[in-house]
Ligand binder design. Structure first.
Ligand code: SF4
Length: 494
């Protein structure tokens, strides 16, 4: 979602970008962008290698994954209980809990809370939940400016761009592009970039630090997401790498946190498991640089007002699906993105959602309904690399296959007349069901295929099959099928 995109309409769940093309169309465009592919290849390979190295240091890595999956599964089974417990704990610690059934309600709550302070500016900690609901756009409509303070989110905001990765939202940009962006745009949002800014990462980080400092020191209201919230104690946890989050969470007078309801965990000791898995799986670090935890409000220490907005926005619908509910265990580490061969080639924008990559392909259709994102479950080779990498053992290929069936069924229900694809599949089913018909079809295909083949390859298949040959050659069919060859050569030997 860019600054130009409208805030989600009432009743809408946000999540997907309005007017975005379907995945196949967007992917085709992205694949033609060689600079994008080079940026992605470099960035994903670096994070991937670091993750494998630090994960392999732990002898109990697989035990930790099992424990994380068990905690998440147990919490999901009793989510109502843990959420009420969380509300009690946060309230007892001096915070206020709000419940939002969808994006529109969450936006209304946050906007009213900011307006009640009389402020027109807020600083933000990187947050997927607020991106999901289009909070910045909604605040802008109400005359409130939200300043992103995470470096990558700042890059996206300055560029009027969309995030393309869960952890590194500006992964599609290289440092020269970032330097040019800082030079052109920083002045529009506050402290300009220094003259003659170079593209060395240190220089860029320093420019961002100077730009953001005045925001941290003047902001009275901050908005954050949450990585975890502990039901027993009411403690909310934000995990980040730059320290910008720590500034937002401690300096302002009012702190508003928007959190998906699936982020609750039962006890403080459960955190131990996730704080080992998350940094290793996301940034490839042994320990997270800044882990901020707070419990309600404390006199003389940090914000004097704390609001926790618990966001549903399609999550209880997802929870009702016995296969699909696994996606709610996600801790947004982005390991599945970095190992995905499809993501590495298309980048995140092609998914048309704030949640890109394998997790986006299973989460987005469930949050917004399969009809709104029917192409996403097909945005995968089902190679299983995401399942192997996932620290909470979400079986993403299983959910993808499950959602593919739902997408086909939804299409069938929506179309009164069967589609050409459905007719073809039905015919194929009949042929595959009958050895006699299959043998005849193989013979016909072999004859036809060899007639149009050149040098053993078919460049272009006819009719709807062209979709297959548009991007690849098809080998010419062999002179005889395997069954014919078997009959001739092997049957007599038995
Ligand atoms: S699905 Fe698993 S690997 Fe992917 S972002 Fe979520 S926790 Fe990480």
């Amino acid at each position: 979602m860019t600054a130009r995109d409208p805030a989600p309409a009432p009743g809408s769940r946000g999540v997907v970008w309005l007017g975005a093309p379907s995945f196949p169309d967007a992917a085709r465009i992205a694949l033609g962008d060689t600079r994008l592919r080079a940026n992605l290849k470099r960035a994903t390979a670096t994070i991937r290698d670091k993750r494998v190295a630090v994960a392999s240091e732990l002898d109990d890595w697989e035990d930790l994954r099992d424990a994380a999956a068990a905690i998440k599964n147990r919490t999901a089974r009793h989510l109502d209980h843990y959420l009420v417990r969380l509300e009690e704990s946060v309230t007892a610690a001096g915070g206020t809990v709000h419940w939002a059934c969808d994006a529109a309600e969450a936006n209304r709550i946050v906007t009213a809370l900011v307006q009640a302070t009389g402020e027109r500016e807020v600083v933000k900690v990187k947050s997927m939940a607020t991106q999901e609901i289009g909070l910045n756009e909604h605040l802008a409509d109400a005359g409130i400016t939200a300043y992103e303070t995470d470096l990558a989110e700042l890059i996206v905001q300055l560029g009027d761009d969309r995030p393309s990765h869960i952890l590194v939202p500006a992964i599609h940009k290289n440092r020269t592009e970032i330097r040019d962006l800082f030079t052109a745009e920083m002045g529009r949002w506050g402290q300009p970039a220094p003259e003659n800014l170079g593209d060395d990462p240190r220089e860029l980080a320093e420019a961002a630090r100077r730009h953001l400092r005045e925001k941290f020191l003047t902001a009275k209201v901050a908005v954050s997401g949450a990585n975890f919230a502990v039901a027993d104690t009411g403690t909310v946890v934000v995990v980040e790498s730059e320290g910008n989050g720590r500034m937002c969470l401690t300096l302002p007078e009012t702190l508003i946190t928007v959190m998906g309801i699936e982020k609750v965990i039962p006890t403080w000791s459960d955190l131990e498991v996730f704080l080992q898995l998350l940094p290793r799986s996301s940034t490839g670090e042994r320990m997270n640089p800044y882990t901020s935890t707070w419990t309600g409000t404390t006199d003389g220490d940090g914000p004097t007002e704390f609001h926790l907005v618990l966001l549903d926005n399609g999550r209880t619908d997802t929870l009702a699906d016995e296969v699909g509910r696994q996606a709610l265990a996600c801790i947004r580490c982005s390991a599945c993105l970095n190992v995905c061969p499809v993501f590495e080639r298309t980048g995140g924008h092609a998914y048309g959602s704030v949640y890109p990559g394998p997790i986006g392909a299973v989460l987005t259709p469930q949050l917004v309904g399969i009809e709104q994102a029917a192409s996403l479950p097909f945005a995968s080779t089902l190679c299983g690399a995401c399942y192997d990498a996932c620290p909470v053992k979400i079986n993403i290929p299983e959910v993808l296959a499950h959602l593919r069936a739902e997408a086909v069924e939804a299409k069938r229900t929506a179309n009164r007349l069967p589609t050409a694809e459905a007719v073809a599949m039905k015919a194929a089913g009949k042929v595959l069901d009958s050895p006699r018909l299959l043998a005849a079809a193989q013979k016909a295909a072999a004859l036809g295929g060899r007639a149009v083949a050149r040098d053993g390859r078919i460049g272009r298949l006819p009719g709807p099959l062209r979709g297959w040959s548009d991007t690849r050659d098809t080998p010419a069919p062999p002179v005889e099928s395997f069954r014919t060859w078997w009959r001739k050569n092997k049957e007599g030997e038995r």
